[in-house]
Ligand binder design. Structure first.
Ligand SMILES: Cc1cc2nc3c(=O)[nH]c(=O)nc-3n(C[C@H](O)[C@H](O)[C@H](O)COP(=O)(O)O)c2cc1C
Length: 418
């Protein structure tokens, strides 16, 4: 099954069912453009046998980053680096889909001093996350416009499509959540209002890009947070997406409060069984005909082929296994007994455990991007400390770029007024 091709509703054909899921690379230049290292990373992944690649999250608003080093579009006036990134999988016939994101309240203090969100409700960890400001109606329309404008640029650069990040507790997921979104206007309250942002973004992107351009969504099967969006509401959204010419739904789950996408906080039996969201994918399958990508916890060829042949999903999303073995898809395709490598990773205890784990895996991307092999040992806590130091430098560089950008746009305003 894994080796079978698949054609998405937009006509894009994928040579097999293995998808590289999004992993934030944080390798952009100060001006937000893709760097040669980032492009090399995707060339390397494309050689590993994967059928389709999703980028890590790309910011639709350069002032609202998920992390320093996110790709942005401020310098799209010079599209060459974006074009080269879009072409990184072409030689191997592997399409690249750009994940578009707005972090909302889930940006750490060092990245966003004043985050925005549907309502002024902060994450419990106030030391690292500032309380957000509630968005105005005008700002919500600007955000929709930012997603649409980003998707048009992605299409113009030659990428195969976009994936709208509506999962993991970022801005769109915050709108979907009844305990983060307590607005009383047309963007809050009943599900039809809470999902309006996502639906508007999809509708307007679809109307602005060619029909052959893929438009997908990463959606939580559930937030796994008390009072958050549950599986029943997620299923209703999937039903709506069915009518919007969506090319795929990637099923994931959780938020920063409960990082279920990494299996954290899920029952032991679910974590040990492969495919954290397998039951929820089965539920999704009953309500939508949109191709489904199941992501999270899948490790063996047997489990992946089982999920595909049972019909609960159409593609398998893999993240951590590819960060430690970019050629894992080749092994999966040639060996029915293949299983992902489990690195010997020392994780800190407590709430920073998942963040440290993510940063350790992200550091493997750094190694791959410069032609090194992943390092299968190491301490995730050290990865966290190294990231904090790296962020100081990336943050200084980024702020200097933003100041220069503001100065030059003021100067050109003055010139045009004169
Ligand atoms: C280093 C790293 C970075 C990630 N960055 C993103 C991201 O930018 N966007 C996203 O939707 N998910 C991100 N994820 C989550 C993965 O896409 C995936 O949902 C999760 O890791 C579960 O899949 P796995 O069990 O195959 O790793 C990231 C995961 C890792 C390991």
């Amino acid at each position: 099954m894994l080796d079978q091709f698949l054609t998405l509703p937009c006509g894009l054909t994928i040579k097999n069912r293995i998808v590289k899921s999004a992993m934030t690379e944080r390798m952009a230049a100060a001006d937000g453009s893709p760097t040669p290292r980032l492009i090399h990373l995707f060339e390397r992944f494309s050689k590993g046998g994967v059928g389709m690649m999703l980028t890590g999250n790309v910011a639709v608003d350069g002032q609202q980053l998920e992390g320093f080093g996110n790709v942005t579009f401020e310098t799209f006036g010079h599209p060459e680096p974006y074009r080269r990134w879009a072409a990184a999988g072409r030689r191997e016939g592997v399409p690249i889909i750009v994940q578009l994101n707005h972090p909302g309240r889930q940006a750490m203090r060092n990245v966003a001093e004043q985050p925005v969100a549907p309502s002024a409700i902060g994450l419990p960890n106030k030391k690292y996350f500032a309380v957000p400001r509630a968005l105005t109606e005008v700002e919500i329309h600007e955000i929709i416009e930012n997603f649409v404008s980003a998707a048009k640029k992605v299409s113009a650069a030659g990428f195969a499509g976009v994936e709208i990040h509506a999962a993991h507790g970022y801005l769109i997921s915050q709108f979907l959540s009844p305990n983060v979104n307590v607005r009383t206007d047309q963007w809050g309250g009943p599900l039809v209002n809470r999902s309006r942002l996502l639906i508007q973004i999809i509708r307007q992107i679809r109307a602005s890009v060619p029909p052959s351009f893929a438009v997908g969504v990463k959606l939580n099967a559930g937030d796994f947070v008390k009072g958050g969006m549950g599986p029943e509401e997620s299923a209703l959204i999937m039903q709506d997406l069915d009518t919007l010419r969506v090319d795929f739904i990637e099923i994931s789950g959780g938020t920063f409060e409960r990082p279920a996408s990494f299996g954290a906080g899920l029952p032991k039996s679910t974590r040990e069984r492969e495919g954290y969201f397998l039951d929820l994918a089965a539920m999704a399958r009953r309500v939508t005909t949109v191709p489904l990508i199941l992501t999270g916890g899948l490790r063996s060829s047997a489990a992946m082929n089982g999920a595909l042949s049972s019909g609960v999903c159409d593609m398998i999303g893999l993240a951590r296994p590819l960060a430690v073995e970019p050629d894992f898809p080749r092994r999966l395709l040639s060996d029915p007994a293949a299983c992902a490598i489990s690195p010997e990773l020392k994780l800190p205890k407590g709430p920073i455990s998942t963040l440290a784990e993510l940063l350790w895996y992200r550091e493997q991307l750094d190694r791959i991007s410069v032609g090194k092999s992943p390092n299968l040992h190491g301490s995730a806590l050290f990865a966290l400390f190294r990231t904090l130091a790296r962020d100081k430098w990336l943050g200084w560089r980024r702020h200097r770029f933003i100041r220069r950008l503001a100065k030059s746009s003021k100067a050109s305003l003055r010139e045009s007024a004169a």
